[in-house]
Design a binder for this molecule. Structure first.
Ligand code: ADE
Length: 357
């Protein structure tokens, strides 16, 4: 359950246990090697999140001057924006190892105790999906985070004894798509809390060019922008699309990704100009056609689409909200006038409500 950076700072990941994998744009096992190959390993190579990077560089420099581990950090934001990658960059910058796990893999007390006891001084422990940590694991974590010890109990009944076991000073980096789902006491134990933002098309075009370079794929500027503009502000999606479009370029042309090739490939993959795929469009069309534009509850939508509520909330919705295609109201989800325009049904005669009032 760990990633360890070797001398070249290549992160070797083993076993992240995801019980309920969310398919898009969460990481699938088969994508992990690919992601690891193209993962930036320094702040210079890491594109985007510039304000956050500047703050982190100062925080790291200060910790190094004090010869202290970094404060515990919490990163939150939609999946695929580079939370794990950033944790790896921080570890490389600090010159320490990082152990990577996720909350669903820490089901039993001995899972979290084992990993805490295996840490060496200054090391980073990265826990993904930290909002899914169970109560017992959380309570083991509190004294470990605050004062670097574990409270262990031995014996049974009247002969029960508590043992205070010191552990080396470490830094916890937690990542979550749902900061609001974290318990108050856990959130309060993070010294630094940051939100990761969606990427601009300019930033994503740089990600596309960088990834293509690593994979020896030729892409021109317009080709990179065409992929970037349909990547939902998310580098993980941009990187996946580079590979898909490269396949297309190889089979249908001379292997070079140009704007025409990228547009043709993405249209064929049914990824539209806003980066929406069939699931996103089905979600919007369902609200429009069956619920007159909304409001409608997320559970109803999930049941009608045969999707998991969590997938819709964590994966589909953040981008639809950010892009101004969907709105959340106290009475449920509603489409926006822009969604009608985007889907080409603004003047279709379908009766749709886009406002509660
Ligand atoms: N690949 C994924 N995220 C990236 C980022 N922020 N910068 C460069 N390459 C990336």
């Amino acid at each position: 359950m760990s990633i360890v950076a070797d001398e070249e700072n290549n992160f070797k990941k083993t076993d992240i246990n995801r019980k309920n994998p969310v398919v898009k744009p969460e990481t699938l096992e088969s994508d992990k090697t690919f992601e690891n190959t193209i993962r930036p390993k320094s702040f210079d190579a890491y594109i985007g999140q510039s304000a956050l990077k500047e703050t982190l560089k100062i925080t790291i420099a200060a910790a190094q001057k004090r010869q202290q581990p970094l404060d515990h950090l919490l990163f939150y934001g939609p999946p695929g924006l580079g939370k794990t990658t950033l944790a790896g960059v921080i570890a490389a910058q600090m010159g320490v190892d990082i152990k990577i796990t996720s909350a669903p893999a820490l089901e039993r007390p001995r899972d979290i105790i084992g990993i805490l006891m295996s840490l060496k001084g200054g090391e980073i422990l990265f826990i993904d999906e930290i909002h899914r940590l169970n109560k017992i694991a959380e309570e083991i974590l509190y004294p470990a985070m605050e004062d670097f010890y574990l409270d262990m109990t031995t014996g049974k009944g009247q002969s029960v004894k508590t043992l205070r076991l010191p552990i080396p000073k470490f830094t916890l980096i937690g990542a979550t798509t749902k900061a609001g789902a974290l318990s108050g006491p856990l959130r309060d134990r993070f010294g630094i809390i940051h939100r990761l933002e969606f990427y601009t098309d300019d930033e994503l075009a740089k990600v596309v060019s960088r990834t293509a370079g690593i994979l020896n794929i030729e892409v021109d500027k317009e080709g990179a922008y065409a992929i970037a503009s349909r990547s939902r502000g998310t580098p993980r999606i941009a990187n996946r699309l580079v590979k898909r479009v490269a396949d297309f370029a190889l089979v249908k042309a001379d292997g070079k990704i140009t704007k025409d090739i990228a547009v043709d490939a993405l249209d064929t993959l049914k990824i539209d100009k806003c980066g929406l795929d069939t699931t996103d469009r089905n979600l919007l069309m369902l609200i429009i056609e069956k619920y007159n534009g909304g409001p409608v509850g997320i559970e109803t939508l999930a049941a009608a689409l045969g999707e998991d509520v969590r997938t819709l909330e964590d994966v589909c919705e953040p981008y639809l909200l950010q892009a101004g295609l969907l709105q959340r109201t106290p009475r449920g989800r509603m489409v926006t006038a822009y969604a009608l325009e985007h889907l080409g049904i603004a003047n279709s005669g379908i009766s749709v409500q886009t406002s509660l009032f």
